[in-house]
Design a protein around this ligand. Structure first.
Ligand code: SF4
Ligand code: SF4
Length: 103
């Protein structure tokens, strides 16, 4: 009788993987903005703060949102999870933004 082998997924350190990417900052021209910051104060779940794989969104103590797009992976998740449509999302200008590690 053949032994059943359980698949053990390899351990992945996400922070270590993210560190392999590089990001060109477009100073003073963030490619993602919050349309109406006051609306975030009334957003109970703040899904943008838990869905971003790069940790760009953080909930502030007063109920607001701190958004720093440096390191953004351009996945678009924050735009999709904001039911209020409060995320103004664009790709960075050419030459700026994330540089994924290849190979
Ligand atoms: S999900 Fe939208 S409305 Fe809610 S905190 Fe995030 S950006 Fe603001
Ligand atoms: S596009 Fe993706 S990585 Fe960039 S801020 Fe939104 S959720 Fe985070």
């Amino acid at each position: 009788m053949n032994a059943v082998h359980e698949f053990v997924p390899p351990a992945v350190n996400v922070e270590e993987k993210l560190f392999q990417n590089r990001y060109r900052v477009d100073a003073g021209r963030p490619h993602i903005k919050v349309n109406n910051p006051a609306l975030c104060l009334t957003c109970a779940l703040k899904p943008c703060t838990v869905c971003c794989p790069a940790g760009c969104w953080r909930a502030e103590e007063g109920g607001g949102i701190d958004l720093v797009v440096d390191g953004c992976l351009e996945c678009g998740t924050c735009r999709l999870v904001c039911d209020a449509g409060n995320v103004d999302w664009n790709y960075p200008r050419g030459g700026f933004g994330v540089l994924f590690k290849f190979g």
